[in-house]
Design a protein around this ligand. Structure first.
Ligand SMILES: Nc1ncnc2c1ncn2[C@@H]1O[C@H](COP(=O)(O)OP(=O)(O)OP(=O)(O)O)[C@@H](O)[C@H]1O
Ligand SMILES: [Mg+2]
Length: 222
């Protein structure tokens, strides 16, 4: 079953003589159960691609379909609903609120759902445990190391329990043991049906994926 589809998508940043092509007329089909790595040199467009797939940014040209439904990038309520319920993102820069505790960061997306505070906390702790981070649940994010913050960002995305997960360099700040643990968790979630797309520079991460795409200058070259 088709999950995500891009038709002739271009993303242009800037105006007039300062324009940069983040994406240059790309097509993409992601199917249910895919676990895809996207590799390529810095600046080739990986984050730009994930930002559009995650409905965080809009294309300049082209169309985007989720489960065969065309996305309107003007319907902000629907975009917010997709980001909360359908597609979770692990961001390259973590996008955590540093003054809040670990658990308060993880429950942010869940606050928009009709579930009690206790259940929200339970879900957050379940994923913190998987990432060996439960002992830090009450610590402010600003007091954690980069690798610990990255694990909080991963826990927050997993706690959304969406069918689709986008991960932008999810192991960039981690040692190889933590990276392997995380890839093991993602592999298991994928075997249970989650569709996963990961932008990475790391061959180890890519080796866990069953489809490998390579980008250069805003296009796929493989
Ligand atoms: N907000 C922006 N404004 C202007 N140009 C941008 C913006 N975001 C990205 N770009 C440009 O678009 C191109 C693709 O950037 P992108 O961040 O998608 O690359 P990337 O593959 O994720 O790189 P990295 O591996 O370093 O994370 C680069 O040339 C970058 O400078
Ligand atoms: Mg990037």
């Amino acid at each position: 079953m088709g999950v995500l589809k891009l038709n002739n998508v271009t993303k242009i940043y800037g105006e007039k003589d300062t324009t940069v092509y983040g994406l240059n007329n790309i097509n993409l089909d992601i199917f249910e159960g895919d676990m895809v790595s996207i590799m390529g040199p810095s600046g080739c467009g990986k984050s730009t691609l994930l930002n559009i797939l995650g409905c965080i940014d809009s294309p300049t040209h082209g169309e985007y379909l989720i489960y065969d439904k065309k996305i309107s990038f003007k319907n902000f309520n629907n975009l917010a609903k997709i980001r909360n319920e359908k597609i979770a993102c692990i961001f390259q820069n973590f996008a955590l609120i540093k003054e809040l505790s670990v658990i308060d960061n993880i429950t942010i997306p869940l606050n928009f759902r009709k579930i009690s505070a206790n259940i929200r906390k339970e879900i957050a702790l379940k994923y913190l445990k998987k990432l060996d981070m439960e002992q830090f649940y009450n610590i402010k994010v600003k007091n954690l190391s980069g690798g610990q913050q990255q694990r909080v960002a991963i826990a927050r995305a997993l706690a959304q329990e969406t069918n689709i997960l986008l991960a932008d360099e999810p192991t960039g700040s981690l040692d190889s043991n933590n990276a392997k643990n995380i890839m093991g968790i993602l592999r298991k979630l994928n075997s249970e049906g989650k569709t996963i797309i990961i932008a990475t520079h790391d061959n180890l991460v890519s080796s866990f994926c069953n489809k490998k795409l390579v980008m250069r200058d805003g296009r796929f070259i493989f």
